[in-house]
Design a protein around this ligand. Sequence first.
Ligand code: HGY
Ligand code: MN
Ligand code: MN
Length: 394
Amino acid sequence: MSLLDAIADVGVDQRRGGYSRHGFDPVELELRSWFVAEAQARGLAVETDRNGTLWAWWGAPGDRAIVTGSHLDSVPGGGAFDGPLGVTSALEAVDLLRARGFTPGKPLAIAVFPEEEGGRFGVACLGSRLMTGALDPDKARRLTDPDGVTLADAVRSAGLDPAGLGRDPVGLGRIGTFVELHVEQGRGLVDLAAPVGVASSILAHGRWRFTFTGEGNHAGATMMGDRRDPMLPAAMTIAATRKAAVAGARATVGRIVPNPGGTNVIASSVTLWLDARADDTPRTRAVVADITAAAQAAALAEGCELTVTEESYGDTVHFDPVLRDDLAACLGGVPALPTGAGHDAGILAAHVPTAMLFVRNPTGVSHAPQEFAEPADCAAGSAALADVLEHLAQ
Ligand code: HGY
Ligand code: MN
Ligand code: MN
């Protein structure tokens, strides 16, 4: 049984399909315990840092460490590979290196970052953002999940001190190089007929919360001319995303929550979240500005108020070209690919030399149950990661 098979039953979402595994919820805590057991079975010493990131050390923790790893959480109804493949491949790479009789000449660690998807508390790459200081810890502690549980309460239930959340210069300072293996979220490697590739860049991307406030009322007793229905400007905002996302930009509304949400009720408010991405910050912000203008005009026409809040934002990531080309060469000249998906590697890239390896996904689909990687390509990915770690940890 592969390591991925061993966790295949954890966090299956019968209602949505796929997996729902979210930061510090019981499912992710079960996955974290599984990882700790697997790491300890390999003689790796596991520690949990102030932000809940797990660090499994091969040898004593120390500076100039070669670090790999990824995340175990998912989007709601997500696939089996996004995140976990990077964690299981890291464990398998340790097995391969041991089998080769390799002993690292530098500290080597596997990191597992919490809440990379932001599926529970709404901020993507929560653990790496906190570690690098990209997210204010007071704001983080106040983040709430859909049930109103704060991040502070959630980490406390997981055995962490919420007062400890925040920048971790010691932990970050130990990282010499970070390499994350990830299932490709697209068909680039399929089109290139390559099982493994390296990452060149990540789109600029962010998330914005739009709240439309109108007047709740009865669906049958309220004449159409007497309404201030926030669902209408929300719908027009969603329609505006398609027109605004030009020249390779992407704009998505995947989540909309009416309040109170009754079939025979005119909503009093509607909140939707916009995910917008483009090659650079000016283009991304231009897309958001166009959509915001459409939302404001639609809200005004319906007599509704609108508030727009930026929840997270990250500029374009260009991975270290020297490291990228060095790893591509180490792997015999694998292709370099851009990605539209964010990663903890994208957050760390601003602070330490960082690279990513991609494993072919024949469906090209991600953030959905159809996400897939062939066992042979997963094995090629683990072998490639072992080669890269051996190369870096000489
Ligand atoms: O949203 C993303 O691109 C990543 O999967 N968190
Ligand atoms: Mn993802
Ligand atoms: Mn991911």
